[in-house]
Design a protein around this ligand. Sequence first.
Ligand code: FMN
Length: 199
Amino acid sequence: MTETLPLVVAITGASGAPYAVRLLQSLAAAQPTWLIVSDHGWRLLQTESGIEALAQLRAQVGSAAWDAHVRTFDDKDRGALPASGSVQTKGMVICPCSMGTVAAIAMGTSRSLVERAADVVLKERRRLVVVPRETPYSDIHLENMLRLTRAGAIVLPASPGFYHRPKSIEELVDFVVGRILDHVGVKNDMPRWSDSESA
Ligand SMILES: Cc1cc2nc3c(=O)[nH]c(=O)nc-3n(C[C@H](O)[C@H](O)[C@H](O)COP(=O)(O)O)c2cc1C
């Protein structure tokens, strides 16, 4: 029997809550997903997507898929399953990822479950995808992202392409989410460049 390992997903306090919701919709339909939301992650879900509580997030993701595949963890609980390297996971996506969380992971501080889970994924040489959203970047931001890249993480900025000629915000969101899914090995039909469009 092949068992599908859970993918850890964290939502932190950077702009881009719609990316997080769409990513969760795609993942919850496909595979076990362990979710951690920081305090400011909740603040951004509320500000940008009107999601005030877990029940609303579950409803937006889809309650059937959520109940089948999503398990939540408290960001303050640094003893929860994702905090241990002996617990096997497929890796972790942090979407969106604040510069504060980028810095904390780059320094290995592990002062929250999000930070500790990312630290574990790096030390266990598993896949870590961070989706930063900030503009412009300071020297400090860039150095921290370089540290993450050198430690094995994939820094995948929320920078949608326009070559698929998006007509809606949803299509821009899908472009970024598709790239994330590609990097964690989840098949998807999100927009991507195709040769036929250049003819
Ligand atoms: C409305 C709002 C938008 C924000 N947008 C960003 C952002 O795009 N990028 C970023 O790095 N921080 C942003 N921040 C600041 C972070 O939320 C803040 O640094 C927070 O401490 C990050 O904590 P966390 O990583 O534990 O969620 C924003 C804060 C608010 C309230």
